[in-house]
Design a protein around this ligand. Structure first.
Ligand code: AHR
Length: 317
């Protein structure tokens, strides 16, 4: 068989580029929720850079907040026969069918950041991310301490900005926060609505709360972005955020530290988005035939405004 000169040279270049015996790259399909918050952007960056560092071929798909797009992405990863699928589910329910399809194709699925609500937990191999219930408890415990320090013993009216309806962090943070409030009957959630984890929605809903209610003592926001949006609404209403209204939120993003240093936010409970390196380790372990722990919990802290300036230079997101 005669090879054309062009074809033969292309073949030679390919052979030089791929040393003999080099293992093919592991292929990871990742379905991200979207880009709703500073947290999510940091999470996507962490996953992309960790995949690059680990030499993993990442197929990254942005679902733009839609579950149907995540399901489509997972189906396309199955069709492409990727080695591992990972995703951060926008909501908890509605995943059985597609997860069963992945299992039937023998592709392991890792849940990153958020959990799913499925009866058969053999449909996913590991869930890595924060303990959202604990984050809600931490926010409430910080509040109880802070109110004690201020000597506020009477009724305290709390408004709540919830995350995306049906999402694990919204459900769990509410649960953890309310669990602590049960032992403090003077602390009452007077209004609670979703702000969809975005600054714009956080601002809009806070404006409505402020119009409807003159007696707001505390804002509990399920993430920093909604708190930052709400801060704008509070200022536009002629009030001082962090002083007239005590604000506690969750994530610990740089924007929250800036707001704390400016005296506008009182506390941010940490929720780390830097899951990339851990995820790549897990993907490699799976390919090496190791069994992953079913649950990998991220270690996190609580940052009251008093420590913000000192901690800020060390923050990575
Ligand atoms: O699932 C994590 C949450 O999702 C973060 O707290 C929030 O900012 C993000 O959008």
């Amino acid at each position: 068989m005669k090879l054309s000169f062009k074809f033969a040279s292309a073949l030679a270049i390919m052979m030089l580029a791929m040393p003999l015996g080099a293992a093919p790259k592991i292929v990871l399909g990742f379905s991200q929720i979207g880009a709703e918050s500073e947290w999510r952007t940091a999470n996507s960056e962490s996953i992309k850079s960790a995949a690059k560092d680990a030499g993993i071929d990442l197929k990254f798909s942005d679902a733009q907040q839609k579950q149907e797009n995540q399901i489509k992405a997972i189906r396309s990863f199955i069709a492409q026969k990727v080695d591992v699928i990972a995703f951060s589910p926008v909501v908890e329910s509605g995943w059985e069918t597609v997860l069963r399809e992945a299992k039937a194709a023998h592709i392991p699925v890792i849940l990153s950041d958020r959990a799913v609500d499925v009866k058969d937990d053999s449909l996913w191999v590991s869930f890595m991310g924060s303990d959202f219930v604990e984050e809600g408890r931490r926010a409430a415990n910080w509040l109880v301490d802070d109110l004690n320090k201020r000597g506020m013993k009477g009724d305290v009216n709390i408004v709540e900005l919830q995350g995306t309806v049906g999402s694990a962090p919204a459900i769990d943070r509410k649960k953890g926060f309310e669990e602590i409030l049960k032992s403090h009957p003077n602390l009452k959630i007077t209004r609670s609505q979703t702000g969809d984890f975005t600054r714009a929605k956080g601002k809009e809903v806070m404006e409505a709360f402020l119009k409807a209610d003159k007696k707001i003592n505390v804002l509990f926001a399920h993430n920093d972005d909604m708190a930052i949006g709400a801060i704008q609404a509070i200022e536009e209403a002629g009030l001082k955020p962090g002083k007239d209204i005590i604000i506690v939120s969750i994530d610990g993003v740089k924007g929250a530290f800036e707001a704390m240093m400016a005296g506008k936010l009182n506390c941010s409970v940490e929720c780390s988005p830097l899951l990339g390196p851990q995820l790549m380790e897990a993907v490699k372990d799976l390919k090496a035939g190791k069994t992953l722990p079913k649950r990998i919990v991220t270690k996190e802290g609580v940052f009251p405004a008093e420590v913000a300036a000192k901690v800020f230079p060390t923050r990575k997101y």
